[in-house]
Structures are given as structure tokens and as C-alpha cells.
Design a protein around this ligand. Sequence first.
Ligand SMILES: [Zn+2]
Length: 409
Amino acid sequence: LSDINEVRIAGDRLWNSLMEMARIGATAKGGCNRQALSDEDRAGRELFIEWCEAAGCTVRVDAIGNLFARRPGRDETLAPVMAGSHLDTQPAGGRFDGVYGVLAGLEVVRTLNDATITTEGPIEIAAWTNEEGARFAPAMLGSGVWAGVFDLDESYAIVDRTGCRLGDELDRIGFKGPVETAVRRPHAAFEVHIEQGPILEDARQQIGIVTGVQGMRWYDLTIDGQSCHAGTTPMELRDDPVRHMVTMLRELYALIDDNGPGARVTFGEITTHPASRNTVPERVAVTVDLRHPEETVLEGLEVSMNEVVSAVSGAGVDRIWASAAIDFDAQCMHAVAASAKALGYSHRRMVSGAGHDSVYVSRVAPTGMIFIPCENGLSHTEVENADPDDITAGCNVLLHAMLARDRHR
Ligand SMILES: [Zn+2]
């Protein structure tokens, strides 16, 4: 084991596995449609299990369909070091989002097999159910149930747009496993993922050491006015909710700009009622997505936003969803940084702008994430792409971060 630091993953093998998995649910424009609990999801799961068993792992399925492939260690009473992500995709998704983190875990196992390395404790690869939330909302459901954030029976009752129940679909594809009596807390958990944004590519850096995931809050905002005729009502005699909205949004953008680059706001859906060209609307509905890496700043932004909104409309905003900011485990982060450095990859610390299974996993186990660049920063699209060298680099960092945490107990 003296040359354990010299061990490297087989980049071609990982790339070929990614491309073979991408054939399941392949779309005409080169992407993937492998939505949670569809026939394609079943086929992807079966291929993954076949590969894991060929690599000597035993695979178990839990009650929400999460898969855990286990490679034994020297001492089976020790908690596993885990690598995981998700195999499901967006309806018009890419070949790397999620699946990279799962197959990188498999590549770690294959590499350990080739190098005949026995780890201290077991290694587990997790494939979490329904991370995307595209077919069954909310997102990150499987890891959330595992972490005790979501109730199992309530999760079974979630329906898709066609009325299919999640529990029935899980049964139909043959992946409703037994209820596990206690969560088996991993010693450490890692997730390697494409960045899904432009920062690493822009900075020409290969590895992102993810320090945490920013906090996110969603709100519904309605502004009332008086509906009237577009031609006959003078401007100064109108109570136009669109004009109120413009005032409000200008102030909200100023609030966000004053809070530095960490603050982000998006007004993704703006709807007027009634929607008619020659009628001043009586109401405007606006969706708000507010994010910041620090929970206290996010809280302050919500207070300020409420002040702006109530000053203009007399009413507050309605918070409909929140996900608290997460700081990843210091030792896991250190293992990622030390591995990236030892391997000679350019790297930087960064906060994840998107949610990931690791948000919920980090409630149970010390967790760390690794990012690699993606082409033009694009994800959740069929043109999503990544460089094979970066794919290899991220997996080598994963391997050595996992080995470091396995040795350090
Ligand atoms: Zn993902």
C-alpha cells in the first residue's frame, strides 16, 4: 500500500460507462430523458446494478428506491465512506447531471479492485431516487426521505401530471425495497457533480471545492390594483398594479445589488389578471426566488423585501418554500482540497448555487462535494457537456478524498 497515492482511476472506462448509460433515454439532440421511476429509470438502475455486482458489490434497495452498492472493507463493523448522486434526469436533460456522481463512485470501486486495495471500512455508492423533482415534486426526495426530512407515506402519495402515484410507480418498476429500521450513518459522504454554472470554466480551473450550498427561499407576490379601460382612463387616474410592480422590482433589484455578489433574486413568472392587451389589469402575480450563502443575510433580505413590498402594495410576501444554507464538513472539504492539490489540479473554493442530494445527506453524515466545469456553464439541457479530462480529474479527487477519510477514523 506504499504507492496508494499513485493510484489513478481509468478515465476511458468511466467515460465509456457514462456514454453507455446515456443511451438509456437518449434524446435526438444528444441529451437524456430518464425521469424518475419511468421505464428508462428502471433500465438505468438495472444497468447500474449489473455493473456494481460485476465489480463485486452487494446492492440493497430501501423503501423509497434508493440504491446502495457496497464494497466490503477490512472491518465490516466500521461505517462506510459513501459516494453518491442520482441517475434520474430532467425531461430534456443532459448526460452528466447526477449520473456522473454515481458512475464516478463505481469507477472508484473498479479502481480499488484493479489495485487490489482493501479499505479499512466499506465503500458504498448511493444512487438517490428522484433528485430532479421534474416528474414528482419536490426535488431531492430520495435523499430527503433517507435523512428523515420527508415522510415516506406522504412521499408515496405524491402524484405526477398524469395522476400516477409515486409509490405505485416505485412498485411497478420493481424498486420499492424494505423499510430500513435505522439510517446507517456513513463515516463520510462525497458527491462529485458538474458545476451547472460558468464559474470554473470562466476561471479556467478544473476542480471546485464546494464549501456549502446557498440558502434558497421561494415566495409568491401579488399586487392589486383597479382594472379599467386602456383607452379612456387617464394615466394619473389609474391604480395600475403593473406600475406598482415596476416600482417594487426596481427597489428589490437595488436591495440585492447592495448586498454583494452572494445575493441573487429571480422573478421567473410574472402574470397579469385578466391578461388583455387593452385592459389595465386588476392584479399581478410574481414568483420570487431569493438566494444567499449565509442564512442570517438571507433572513435580513427577507425582512427588507417585506418592507419594500408592504410599502408599495400594503401586503407582505408569501413564503412557500425554503431550504436553509448548508456548510459542508470541514474535514471532508479538507480531504477534497488536499487531494486536488496532491494531484496537481487547479482548484478553488466555491458555494453551490444549485441544490443537491448532499444538502440532505449532510444532515446525517459529514459531507463534501467536488465540482468540475461544464461546457458554457450549461446544465438541465440536452447540450450539457463536460471535458473527459475534467471528468477524470473529478473522479481522481473523489477517489483520494474517500481514501483519506477511510484511513482517518
Ligand atoms: Zn444533479
